[in-house]
Design a protein around this ligand. Structure first.
Ligand code: ZJS
Ligand code: ZN
Length: 365
């Protein structure tokens, strides 16, 4: 039997120490202040205003969109993409993440000679080099994104690249992400792209019902169906949508701080939609979305959820372990990760035994 400390309230330290899986992280939204400052210092010529960055947790949704614009103007060459990808992996790893799926929209920029293929190569190269140089401490996959704010031609190009790299780099590119400004209303045009992804064996993580009144679109995308749902904030608004998701058991990627900052969820953590889904024992995976833009981290998101649901340490570790079943990777990877969780439970028992022995000594003295 595994012994866990009986205490009320989970600490941030505990959430930091447990192994974790991050499945919803947009590369450019994950850049830390440290990385952004480094890039800003190098590109004084761009005369970028730093007002939005300095606000930290006080950022409004407008500031967040402003940050994406600024970040995209700074991340403008393959060298920078390579560098920031490594920074982001390093930061997730330092936060206790053992398996990470990074998503990013391949972009081209005539001025720096960067095209989508070079963008893909830079991300894949950084992932490979990080793993090689850091003794395999974290496994990382890459999901090329399709931006619903762009054209169908752009989406088809990204799908083609994802398919190609899923063959040439099958250990890294395993699926796609469908994201972008959720307020655009013409997403139906992307149905053939999502169906195409499924046809060629790519997994898909789809931002769904991130904002209100998107039920028709949601029904349409659910018919594909996606392998994971991003946010799903308003899925419960319509009875048929709610029951079809419940029945499907499609996992929901939960990003509490992102939803609160985007004004799609109330500020009280207990009112977050994931509390209802978890109450139904529907599969949910705790994620960050954009850890840089929303000034958060995966252990902070676990801290929020664990306290909102009054989880014990054992339940919190179980929640992080449950994410393994929903990764876009093969059974070998799942087995490797399950072993890491098993070892961490042993550590936990050892630590408790040690603490117990110390208190025995204390009593004897
Ligand atoms: C207010 C706000 C930003 C909400 C966060 N929720 C999101 N919803 C949809 N797409 C997103 C969100 N956050 C990031 N993205 C996508 O990720 C991109 C940034 O990462 P990347 O350049 O693909 O590497 C954004 O341009 C956008 O296309
Ligand atoms: Zn997202």
């Amino acid at each position: 039997a595994i012994l866990f400390r009986m205490q009320s309230g989970i600490t941030q330290e505990f959430c930091q120490q447990i192994p974790k899986v991050e499945l919803h992280a947009h590369l450019n939204g994950s850049l830390s202040n440290k990385t952004i400052k480094k890039l800003l210092d190098r590109r004084r010529d761009l005369k970028i205003s730093t007002a939005a960055f300095e606000k930290g947790e006080q950022r409004t949704m407008g500031d967040c969109f402003e940050m994406f614009k600024v970040i995209h103007s700074l991340v403008d060459s393959t060298e920078v993409i390579y560098e920031v990808t490594k920074d982001v992996i390093e930061e997730f790893s330092a936060d206790g993440v053992k398996y990470l799926e990074l998503r990013s929209t391949p972009k081209g920029l005539v001025e720096s000679g960067m095209d989508k293929r070079r963008y893909m190569d830079a991300v894949v190269g950084a992932i490979r080099d990080y793993k090689h140089d850091n003794d395999d401490v974290i496994d990382v996959k890459f999901l090329p994104s399709i931006d619903r704010g762009r054209s169908i031609k752009d989406a088809q190009e990204n799908l083609k690249l994802a398919e190609e790299y899923s063959i040439s780099c099958e250990d890294i590119v395993t699926g796609i992400d469908f994201s972008g400004n959720p307020y655009t209303t013409d997403a139906a045009k992307f149905m053939p792209v999502l169906q195409g992804a499924q046809r060629v064996g790519l997994k898909s993580a789809v931002h769904l019902s991130e904002v209100k009144d998107r039920s028709d679109e949601t029904r349409m995308f659910l018919s594909v169906p996606p392998d994971r749902i991003g946010h799903g904030t308003f899925l419960t608004d319509e009875e048929d949508v709610k029951s079809s998701v419940l029945e499907s058991r499609i996992p929901i990627e939960v990003c509490v701080s992102s939803n609160i900052a985007s004004n799609t969820s109330p500020p009280e953590h207990i009112k977050h939609h994931s509390v209802w889904w978890m109450g139904q024992e529907h599969p949910c995976v705790v994620c960050t979305d954009d850890k840089g833009v929303f000034s958060t981290g995966l252990s902070s998101e676990y801290f929020i959820i664990a306290n909102a649901l009054s989880l014990s340490e054992e339940q919190t570790l179980k929640l992080s372990e449950s994410a393994i079943d929903f990764i876009f990777a093969d059974e070998n990877m799942k087995a490797k990760l399950k072993q890491i969780w098993k070892e961490s439970k042993k550590d936990e028992v050892l630590e408790i035994t040690f603490v117990t022995c110390l208190s025995c000594l204390d009593m004897k003295n």
